[in-house]
Design a protein around this ligand. Sequence first.
Ligand code: NAG
Ligand code: NAG
Ligand code: NAG
Ligand code: NAG
Length: 369
Amino acid sequence: MNFSSPFWRVLLLIVFLLWSGTPCHAAETFASRSYFYVGGHYENATNGEVMVDQMYVEKLVPIHPTQKYPLFFITGAAQTATNWLNTPDGRQGWASYFLDQGYTLYLTDQPQRGRSPWLPGDGTLSNYNVSFVQNYFTTIQVAKLWPQASLHTQWPGTGQPYDPTFDTFYASQLQQQSNLTLTTTNNIHAGISLLKLIGSAILITHSHGGPYGWGIADAVPSLVKGIIAIEPEGPPFMGMIVASGKARPYGVTTLPITYDPPVTDPVVDLAQETVKSMRENLSDCIQQQEPARKLVNLIDIPVLVVTSEASYHAVYDYCTVEYLRQAGVEVEWLNLPAAGIHGNAHFSFMELNNMEIVSLIEDWTWKHI
Ligand SMILES: *[C@@H]1O[C@H](CO)[C@@H](O)[C@H](O)[C@H]1NC(C)=O
Ligand SMILES: *[C@@H]1O[C@H](CO)[C@@H](O)[C@H](O)[C@H]1NC(C)=O
Ligand SMILES: *[C@@H]1O[C@H](CO)[C@@H](O)[C@H](O)[C@H]1NC(C)=O
Ligand SMILES: *[C@@H]1O[C@H](CO)[C@@H](O)[C@H](O)[C@H]1NC(C)=O
């Protein structure tokens, strides 16, 4: 056969184009990569001197950096920095998108997770089983543990074990520290260390990472130019759907955060009031009684809260938004269905329409930061 004939050339070109357009071969955007650790300190453990609580940071610099502020990514429970790289089905993730827009990125593995070491015996570790990941993230439309779940359409693949995309996602779920005091303290300490090293940044937090973002901004507000909170842990003061009972005594955080007038005992000083839900399928909210105390260190920082249509957060994220606003924070709520983006669950950044969502986030960033 003469492979240089026009017929073969055209055929090979078509085959190549089909192959290169197949999602599992989508190339990540080129970047220069380096890594380092922040926040660690030496301690005498039972087996001698060791370093503890350091956070792994992966720095990605685009070929053409054009943005004034870098992005500092903080993941949710059981996740690592892989969240932002290629998606579990091999498409480009948000890291590629932001590199293409000229941002320098700092991707992190929370202290005590992933490439950030855990000192054996420190606190207690837990993990997510398969049914939890399916019921809350990938096949929520089957389990229907909350009304909006039936609207889920954007997960790539079946969302079940032995589907290669699910297997890749589930394989990336790590053990995590269960003690919230330890995780919060370590993450905030490491986050402050990172910002002191690199200077100002925009934070992008997801879920469990939400309160770490509020805490870091509270500690070093001048270094935080904006916070993009993807379905931040909530709602104020109570566990809901994935948890129950009282939670987050400081409203949006478990550990103290600065209010004005100051809060000494949150049970006494943050007087609560329940606001009834105005719509079917939305939860009641707990707000402060007026006059509300202000989250003074956050009031000059633009905040975007992003919520998916089918996620369990669709039930209550509006309460977090209202709480922050009442406390004086300048918050815009990107409620995805209201912006015409339908069918997402909690891991919107790796679902089929991940690039549509991130472009709206970037629009907000341009306008506000
Ligand atoms: C650990 O113990 C050794 C021996 O007592 C001491 O020299 C060292 O300073 C201790 N390290 C820390 C971090 O406390
Ligand atoms: C899976 O995890 C969930 C949430 O922690 C728990 O409620 C459930 O009992 C676990 N399933 C099994 C079979 O242990
Ligand atoms: C509430 O959820 C149910 C079940 O998904 C749905 O049929 C209904 O339309 C929803 N109501 C509103 C106001 O969205
Ligand atoms: C969590 O860790 C803190 C700090 O080490 C400790 O004081 C607290 O007792 C721990 N909580 C639980 C429930 O183990």
